[in-house]
Write a protein that binds this ligand. Structure first.
Ligand SMILES: N[C@@H](CCC(=O)N[C@@H](CS)C(=O)NCC(=O)O)C(=O)O
Length: 240
């Protein structure tokens, strides 16, 4: 049994979808990040970075003690190795899956995350960071669209790379991007949306449900802002 320390965001859904696809038994432990439920010393022992999601494998394949894994890219590789699924059939596909997974982890996720921050969370609209991160968010979508013009899935066969990217594409409407302008991404997105494991991982049969990642404009209370971006967030990661 795997403990999934979970939040219903694109990063959280990467792992719930992967667990469903791989048929690995898991139990979900849900956190409210706006309320700062992840900012505890207990959770820090699971994830030294105090971010969600994270997993604890209570039955690792070396038969040793329960093993904790953080960072969604590392979790996806771990689960893929545990199940023997979704990381390609040969050396080239495996490398392609890892390349596009790293691209998601270093590019699509962080850059779209910053775009979401400045478009949706910043208390005031700031022209420079909004333009910088929206341009980068769009550039990355052009990269993805070009790749998907060449292949059905990022690593040719459906893989953890697709699972890593798909929930982030699900969220682009919230930053004002119309995904139908990217024909190859739309084709790929619809194909993945039809998979029963994806609906199970998202927790709704309506994968197109609007606003499931929050409102287009988020207004945080001072306490919520402190938990997400301010002093309470900092305090949780400060030594010891
Ligand atoms: N690079 C990390 C990102 C994790 C992350 O930022 N998670 C967000 C939720 S999507 C979080 O925990 N936010 C809480 C906070 O910022 O305090 C990963 O891929 O696991």
């Amino acid at each position: 049994m795997i403990d999934l320390h979970f939040v219903g965001t694109p990063n959280g859904h990467k792992i719930s979808i992967a667990l469903e696809e791989m048929g690995l038994p898991y139990r979900k432990i849900a956190y409210n990040i706006l309320d700062g439920e992840h900012l505890t010393p207990e959770f820090r022992r699971v994830n030294p970075n105090n971010r969600l999601p994270a997993i604890v494998d209570n039955a690792p394949s070396d038969n040793g003690e329960p093993f904790a894994v953080f960072e969604t890219g590392a979790i996806l590789i771990y689960l893929s190795e545990k199940s023997g699924l979704l990381m390609g059939r040969d050396l080239r596909q495996r490398s392609l899956a890892v390349q596009w997974l790293m691209w998601q982890m270093a590019g699509l996720g962080p850059m779209h995350g910053q775009a979401h921050h400045f478009v949706r969370y910043a208390p005031e609209r700031l022209a420079y960071p909004t333009e910088r991160y929206m341009n980068e968010a769009r550039r990355l979508l052009h990269v993805l669209d070009s790749r998907l013009d060449e292949v059905e899935y990022l690593a040719e066969d459906y893989s953890i790379a697709d699972i890593a990217c798909w929930p982030w594409i699900r969220a682009v409407g919230l930053i004002g991007i119309d995904i139908t302008q990217f024909a190859n991404i739309k084709r790929w997105w619809d194909l993945i949306a039809m998979r029963p494991a994806v609906a199970a991982g998202i927790g709704t049969s309506d994968v197109n449900a609007p606003n499931s990642y929050g409102a287009a404009r988020m207004t945080l209370t001072p306490a919520q802002w402190s938990n997400m971006f301010g002093e309470r967030m900092l305090a949780a990661s400060r030594q010891p």
